[in-house]
Write a protein that binds this ligand. Sequence first.
Ligand code: NAD
Length: 321
Amino acid sequence: MQILVTGGAGFIGSHLVDRLLDEGHRVTVLDDLSTGTVDNIAHHLGSDRFRLVVGSILDRATLEPLVQQADQIYHLAALVGVKRVVDDPLTGILTNVQGTENVLALAYKYWVPVLIASSSEVYGKSVDLPFREDGEIVLGPTTVPRWSYAHSKALDEHLALAYARKGLPVVIVRYFNAYGPRTDPRGYGSVVARFIAQALRGDPITVYDDGQQTRCFTYVADTVWGTILAAQTPKAQGQVFNIGRDQETSILELARLVRRMTGSTSEIVHIPYRDAYGPNFEESRRRVPDTRRAREVLGFQAGTSLEDGLKATIAWFQERG
Ligand SMILES: NC(=O)c1ccc[n+]([C@@H]2O[C@H](COP(=O)([O-])OP(=O)(O)OC[C@H]3O[C@@H](n4cnc5c(N)ncnc54)[C@H](O)[C@@H]3O)[C@@H](O)[C@H]2O)c1
């Protein structure tokens, strides 16, 4: 198949590209390299089954021929990371909403199946755990910029499902805290990356608030496998899937684990959210996926333990120096 991966030079996208090329597909990546890097996909640049197009999903003239040539689209390009969204909500909203609408409208025009990457962020402050795909979404006020990311992803989902109602083969995946090699070491996308970088430098490991908030960390190879299964399973079309591991870990536990596994002597310090994100910041305390639908419809289960995933991620950080 000829596959278009938007955001394919990014963290998850580049691992997806690796796997699709391994399966024998031809892959085109469209990425504006705003947060992705050529390093992530450099090992494919000589391959005649791989092409990198540096450009934006906001530019329909660039996007259109790529969609027209594709048999399948994985749409991962987005402005990602709470910190980035808080710093520049406008770019986030425009990229995530207009960009996705461009992809969907062209996919509809040329009838190309699309997978849309959404986020566990859309569950917001819901306390109805574990989060079911058709469960409630509880988002904070529009005056708090961090919620614009969740709103933009939720609107993407509405758009995608509206196209699905018009017959377009569409599937949506909601990722839960992916981590692994190639994660942004500055930690915009992942607290795991931030903690490992701090621990390896011997800097204080900065835990926001009391550290009792929890997340379900999912190794990127599992995230990618769930993504491919969702795109390749015909009965998945028109549905939303949680793609994540359902083992809950508190941020403080994660900090201790990273410190132990890196052999670091870093101190663990607690800092208020407002020091990192400014005043008026809101956070969800717990986030756990209900994994039943992914298991039953896709046959997907995230199998990599946190310890094994961290080991591979720490090794990657150490190799980069
Ligand atoms: N990492 C996670 O835990 C996580 C969790 C939930 C959802 N997601 C979603 O998964 C997808 C991939 O995220 P990631 O973690 O790999 O982040 P990432 O920042 O590494 O990847 C996003 C990619 O999109 C590219 N991009 C941004 N704007 C673009 C534009 N206008 N045109 C073309 N390319 C553009 C970036 O350069 C980057 O390569 C995103 O849609 C994100 O919302 C990720």
